[in-house]
Design a protein around this ligand. Structure first.
Ligand code: IPD
Length: 277
């Protein structure tokens, strides 16, 4: 049977590559940095321009589809996932990296139908790595299949996480206390690429066993969520249930054993849901 969404996925790959070229050429040149929720939550003209390019090109080809885009939501568009085919777009995941020329920056395009993620495209554009996954058909990087690590021992693992952009001292205390617990298990190391999507693609690639974070948004993780699952990994909420895309928190791991171990070690702090009215 023909794959109903293959054409949409092909379009996502093409537009992510085009967007990534723009982002790659703008590194070091786009000096106009603006702030969003705080002085460390950054946005540039490139984020806005690239999101518009993606949305315009998708609208032309799939006029009935919906969108959730990081910059559109920042400009006041609603962030609600309906049953309608919906493109979930982060034009520049790793904006702080982009601003500083730190080479982990990704264009992310996730696609959901009936609230189920069908495919994900993460283009790590400075590394020129195109990560793709279609539900039920595997995950790939530049065409090569991805497979998560088979490690079941957390003390033989690398765990990725981030500091995020919330500098409320109480929140920072929880972040450090969680990292301390994980580090002292002990694990082999803690890493953070500065891009939620690239951290998740590292899990899918098998070089990091798990990634967790509170404070991310649905557009940071939607595309990479399919890539992790299709590479054999699991997505979990901080309570141990299934990942909730709108909840602003995620554990992405190579297997349930590692994910549950992280659930048992770390504490959550409140974050306003993406779909809060
Ligand atoms: C951010 C990055 C970062 C993570 C933040 C995200 P953005 O996305 O993924 O690694 O720590 O929580 O908001 O703002 O660069 O698209």
């Amino acid at each position: 049977m023909a794959d109903l969404w293959q054409e949409a996925m092909d379009h996502a790959v093409a537009v992510a590559r085009k967007a990534g070229e723009i982002v790659r050429h703008a590194v070091h040149n786009d000096m106009k940095v603006l702030c969003k929720s705080s002085s460390v939550d950054l946005v540039t003209k490139t984020d806005q321009k690239v999101e518009q390019l993606i949305i315009d090109s998708v609208k032309e080809k799939f006029p009935k589809h919906g969108f959730i885009g990081e910059e559109s939501v920042a400009a006041g568009e609603p962030c609600v996932l309906s049953d309608n085919p919906t493109w979930i777009v982060d034009p520049v995941d790793g904006t702080t990296n982009f601003v500083h020329g730190y080479p982990f920056v990704a264009v992310c395009i996730g696609f959901a139908v009936n609230k189920t993620l069908e495919f994900g495209v993460v283009y790590s554009c400075i590394e020129d790595k195109m990560y793709t996954a279609r539900r039920g058909k595997g995950a790939f990087c530049n065409g090569d299949p991805l497979q998560v690590s088979d490690q079941k021992e957390i003390n033989q693992s690398i765990i990725a996480t981030e500091f995020g952009s919330n500098r409320d001292p109480e929140v920072v205390d929880v972040i450090f206390s969680n990292m301390r617990k994980i580090l002292c298990l002990p694990v082999h190391g803690i890493r953070g690429a500065g891009s939620a999507a690239i951290n998740m693609c590292m899990v899918a690639s098998g070089c990091v066993e798990a990634y967790y974070e509170i404070g991310i948004h649905c557009w940071d993780i939607a595309a990479a969520a399919v890539i992790v699952e299709e590479a054999g990994g699991v997505l979990m909420d901080f309570e141990g249930g299934p990942m909730d895309l709108m909840s602003r928190r995620i554990i992405a791991a190579n297997n349930k054993t590692i994910a549950e171990r992280i659930v048992n070690e770390i504490k959550a702090y409140p974050a306003i849901r993406d779909d809060a009215p």
